[in-house]
Design a protein around this ligand. Sequence first.
Ligand code: 4AD
Ligand code: MG
Length: 430
Amino acid sequence: MIKTTIGNISQQENQEVVIEGWLYNKRSSGKIQFLQLRDGTGFIQGVAVKNEVSSEVFNLCKELTQESAIRVFGIVRKDDRAPSGYELTITNLELVSLAMKYPISLKEHGIEFLMDHRHLWLRSKRQHAILKVRAAIGRYAREFLDNRGFTHIDSPIITSSAPEDSGSLFEVDYFGEKAYLAQTGQLYAEAAAMAFGSVYTFGPTFRAEKSKTRRHLNEFWMLEPEVCYLDHEGSLKLQEDLIEYIVQNVIKSCTLELKTLGRDIKELEIIKAPFPRITYDKAVEMLKENGMEIEWGEDFGAPHEIYLSEQFNGLPVFVTHYPKDCKAFYMEPDPDRPDTVKCADLLYPGFGEIIGGSERIHDLDILLQRIQEENLPMEVYDWYADLRKYGTVPHSGFGLGLERMTICITGVDHIREAIPFARTLNRITP
Ligand code: 4AD
Ligand code: MG
């Protein structure tokens, strides 16, 4: 008898195994009980035939409730009709615990009900698939950077600065002083890059945005690479290579999950570098030609980004050189067009921004001037300015939103399903 998992079942064809898991669903046709089993690694059908198991086991199968914990013994059979390719002929079954009436049935429920039961909803096939893909994205992102010699650096969650937009801050009381939950790890990544060359942070970031869109969370995970001696162009190259690596590896390792989600793999297979690049100027022109309302100097909204993202044959597009006034203070002005900065947003087809990044200002005087222009508290950025005093070099970096990447790969339509426990405007429980 071999203890195994559903994920590894292909290695045990025709052998007797035991699987420890739960009853996902059940149906019967008199003399046969079909048990849908799950064990965290996958889903498989177990078949109990009346005359082939003891009457105790057969009766137990009949009495099992949805989500009861069970230990199932059986023989692994190849079955091409099964999504996993295998079925289990049940020989024995042990009850670990009988579940009370489970609130989530496999029929339709309203979204608020499901979010209220998120702690249980995670067990469903679709949610399981989405979060498996999310985990794979994080794994391949780190693998890509680790393979290129990046050092993973953790940045603080409690900070004194608000680099992105002071309107979207979560304030915390830090022993009587005002502090904020980090909006980004970037400034710390810049300091670390000067020590380690190429670094990345990967952690939770917080925005108190009161927006209720399908692409905003108040707590989300961001991967932020930062590289010394890397210019804007080099950063775009790094970004497209990273995205290609993530997408192409997820296709290979999450075949079953993407199938469960009904994802069109062809749309993912074409996500290969290089990605097209257009300037903000050109983007505004394209939007105007399409009759959309936008003036030079304004930031894009979701409809603008979605329109632009769909004009490049299914490839993501970099929009570069936004007006300085739309973007954060630390971005390097373009010497040829000082009203714009050397930045880019990467727009994913049909979705919009998944990455924001830029070359950073490396000249002390220009940085101090920008801090002043934006009326930022100089004392908070003293240490950040120090980086420009002691061996400053050109450097660039960017931030990739993990949940947004998850939406783009899985095709789910709302970001609340792309994170285990979403923090949105009206939700902090479970
Ligand atoms: O464009 P953002 O605000 O850039 C930064 O924070 C930079 N400091 C990053 C850097 O250069 N190191 O955010 C970067 C990415 C966005 O492109 C998006 O994918 C994600 O973070 N993001 C969000 N994801 C979910 N909910 C939100 N409210 C998000 N805000 C940003
Ligand atoms: Mg942005």
